[in-house]
Design a protein around this ligand. Structure first.
Ligand code: SF4
Length: 465
């Protein structure tokens, strides 16, 4: 029978991290059965969701300026005889709650990250209610239990959220307040979703969590599994060629996770491990729970297990109380480790976090100067790492067509984009490539002589865990 339900247009704007990208995809999944299909632009859409992020500076101001623009789009939709449901989701929604509808009464729904499985019900309530629907509860268990099983295909590379929330309470971070306490999805759910993603074409799966290596859960053997054990189980799924996980905390790198890096060829030799600072004084002020020496020992353990492992990290320049010698210790740590990539930011206060009200705020001029010095060093290291790949031959997973005709793009084991001239039939396969050159944001190469692409047949049907 043909489905004659008119499709409603859904536009989702996503700010922030990969977890928000994943959440947006799942919100689209939840709304698909009630008739919403993705739209390219907010104009003319029946529903617009702004999935917000609180990590970046001025997140709230950016939200309200976007809401100002959408007020006009909503009025235009009404003038054509339609309706636009406007929802604000994500961490800013969690933090600001009813304040959003007080300042922007044309918003219909405000929902926190743990409630998006209830979206269809909220849409129905919003169309009946006189005021806005506000849902900012915290039960992560509830959300994962009620999400639909069918997931929209994500492509050759896919994300899978296994963990949410954080109990670490770093001085500068809003996550424990906006995403709540640490919650790990059960093993059975994770394995089932991974199998569905592979059946839908994924060849690389990145496990996501605010503190992903704090993940733990009861395995089918009745034992408490950590992330290392989970990765071993995922590596057994036929057709799943590559595994990654992000974002990790240095305190939660246990021996089994290190051993997984040694034992699993599917686990890619690239790890994002935020350190934030190289000064023990600043690390203590940040409440990170480890020292610079602890971090260096963890790096040594990982590199001993997987010698080709490359690292990226996060850094904050100018945390309250950071002196010039503290900052020099960060530069020393960067020189000692040698990073293949990094995200670095000037400290900026997040309302409600301990560091926001701390004494000894660093001047903007000092923060700027430190950030520039740090970024110059990190950029040099990244360039050196990219150049070190030239002439090497290694497997590349091809993910799609390139920007120019006849080109395909893929990912190296170290997450660098790589393009070459080759057939589109490479997409979804892994093949050996020799790197010829580095470019500002990518590598280029050619298929290695005699390279055969590896196409592994996934299981036809997702098997029970
Ligand atoms: S461990 Fe990460 S998510 Fe948790 S509080 Fe610290 S910075 Fe935020």
């Amino acid at each position: 029978m043909t489905n004659t339900t008119p499709r409603k247009r859904l536009f989702i704007r996503t700010w922030g991290c990969q977890m928000n990208v994943y959440d947006s995809a799942r919100m689209a999944d939840v709304l698909a059965p009630v008739g919403y299909a993705p739209a390219e632009a907010p104009e003319g859409a029946d529903m617009v969701i702004l999935n917000t992020c609180h990590i970046r500076e001025k997140a709230t101001e950016k939200l309200f300026s976007e809401l100002g623009r959408l007020r006009e789009a909503k009025a235009a939709r009404r003038a054509e005889g339609g309706e636009m449901v406007l929802a604000v989701a994500g961490c800013v929604a969690q933090a600001e709650g009813a304040e959003i509808t007080a300042r922007a009464p044309w918003v219909d729904i405000v929902l926190g990250p743990q409630t998006y499985h209830r979206l269809p019900e909220m849409v129905a309530r919003a169309s009946r209610a006189a005021g806005a629907v506000i849902e900012t509860d915290f039960p992560a268990e509830d959300k994962f239990d009620h999400l639909p099983e069918a997931v929209a295909p994500q492509g050759v590379t896919a994300f899978l959220t296994v963990q949410e929330g954080c109990d670490k309470f770093c001085s500068f971070c809003v996550v424990p307040y906006t995403r709540g306490a640490e919650f790990s999805r059960p093993v059975v759910q994770v394995l089932a979703e991974a199998r569905r993603l592979v059946a839908a074409g994924a060849r690389e799966v990145t496990l996501l969590g605010q503190n992903v290596n704090a993940w733990h859960g009861e395995g089918p053997d009745g034992r408490d599994w950590g992330l290392g054990r989970l990765l071993r189980a995922l590596a057994e799924i036929p057709g799943l060629l590559r595994l990654r996980y992000t974002t990790s905390h240095p305190r939660d790198v246990d021996d089994d996770l290190v051993a997984a890096h040694r034992d699993l060829p599917q686990l890619m030799p690239f790890l994002h491990l935020p350190v934030q600072s190289g000064s023990d004084r600043v690390l203590a002020a940040m409440n990170r729970g480890h020292t610079a020496a602890d971090f260096l020992r963890t790096v040594d353990r990982l590199r001993a297990a997987r010698p080709d492992l490359a690292l990226s990290s996060d850094f904050i320049a100018g945390h309250p109380g950071e002196t010039a010698p503290d900052f020099e210790q960060t530069m020393d740590l960067v020189r000692r480790v040698g990073f293949a990539g990094a995200f670095s930011f000037k400290y900026s206060a997040r309302p409600g976090t301990p560091a926001a009200g701390a004494p000894f705020q660093v001047s903007e001029a000092d923060k700027d100067a430190r950030l520039q010095a740090l970024q110059a060093l990190l950029r040099d290291q990244q360039d050196a790492f990219n150049r070190s790949r030239v002439g090497m031959t290694f497997p590349v997973l091809f993910t799609g067509p390139g920007r120019h005709p006849g080109q395909v793009v893929g990912r190296t084991p170290w997450l660098q984009p790589l393009h070459l001239t080759g057939p589109l039939s490479l997409v979804g396969t892994e093949a050996s490539v020799t790197v010829l050159a580095t470019h500002p944001n990518s590598l280029s190469g050619l298929l290695a002589a005699g390279a055969a692409s590896q196409t592994v047949q996934p299981e036809e049907e997702p098997a029970p865990a």
